[in-house]
Design a protein around this ligand. Sequence first.
Ligand SMILES: [Mn+2]
Length: 488
Amino acid sequence: MPILDPSSGAANGPGSPSGRTFAQIRARANFGLVLPSAAVLVSPTLTMKKTRAHFPRIKTIAYEGPKTTNALAFRHYNPDEVIDGKTMAAHLRFSIAYWHSFRGAGTDPFGSATLQRPWEKGSDPVSIAKHRMDAAFEFFQKIRAPFWAFHDRDIAPEGRTLAESNRNLDRVVDHARDLQRATGVKLLWGTANLFSHPRYMCGAATNPDAHVFAYAAAQVKKALDATKRLNGTGYVFWGGREGYETLLNTNLKREQDHLAAFLHMAVDYAKSIGFKGQFLIEPKPKEPTKHQYDFDVASGIAFLRTYGLEKHFKFNVETNHATLAGHTFQHEIEVAAAQGMLGSIDANSGDLLLGWDTDQFNTDVRELTLAMLSILRAGGLGTGGFNFDAKLRRPSIDLEDLFLAHIGGMDAYACAFKIARRILAEGKFEEFVAARYASFDRGYGRTIEQRRVGFRELSKLALSKLGEPRPRSGKQEYLENLLGSYLH
Ligand SMILES: [Mn+2]
């Protein structure tokens, strides 16, 4: 049963006595900062008895501009602001990750749950799941995210049999459909959890046992049905267990062939039910598996092309997975965009001092500005979005922390979006890069790009005419200072 968190001013459920005065609550929620105006967090009309809300003390988050001192307001993300005929909400397409924000309990390999949520109650696992989902949709609305994303087992409990699991999922998906209709919140993408249950300990599509492959196929079939029913704009494959621990027990080639067969089956099934959403691969080099087959975007592209799947898939690029692979976030975006395969973003960050996937909220505006430059140059994310695959730190146990975390992430992305647009409008970096490659725009440089010359012709040219190339500065420091001039 839920335990009311005594340290949280926001955790009391419906009808529970607060024991705090309004002034105390207000002071806590604003960290003792003096509010500039009537931007009061907790209005006396929002007392618990009056509402059945799960976040009764937190109102819909408002945009108050960069100067606000209200911690529960947006400083940069103004969802209704129209830019180039489109609202910021439509440009950024923020999405909330159900698994972290509504299933994450603060566990880590060394300790149990720290997050006690008041909505975790009900007469059976399905009713708990529905109650939890009510809280989730209230959060989606109050944080003003137009989208959400889920795994099948996040939203509905695993049953004793696959048939029971499917029935559970059907019931909860019906509920999600009602909530989507009532709130206008849409599904960004769905996916299946093919990594938590012990049956998948040696992989799902790459499991050495055909029985597990078949079970996984049945699970993805159902997850695709659910995603279609909820009008998801995409479907993601993250293969956390699709790899190997040791080659002593592994036939690598056969496992890769099986993974390709699985993805072809998904494409065929989607076509057969009329699911038009974008399929996405989310690369990750390792964790939980020692070596994952879709290591990074480049290896993912090679895999998809090898097996004739490249027309059906794009990439869901995650910041923390990029850094685990030894790349920057921007590098992975750029590699995907270069092949027209940038699909969506799992918005988070890692901790470079730790060697694992920490899934933190990203507040690094410099990193996000660079990422945004690559995304905007690529023409945006299309039907994708920025999905906050990020979780609270284990001691961040107050309900309001969930809001603060997302506000920070959304503001950082919105700020980066505006800066990147300004940089692109002024075009200084584009001009510099264009000039740097200008020798390929004319003369023999152009014939190289057009593949109209070979080594013989170029050798003759170098020996007879060109001589020694003149080194030119890369101007990295100049460009970094130029970037700095936009950032601060
Ligand atoms: Mn991650």
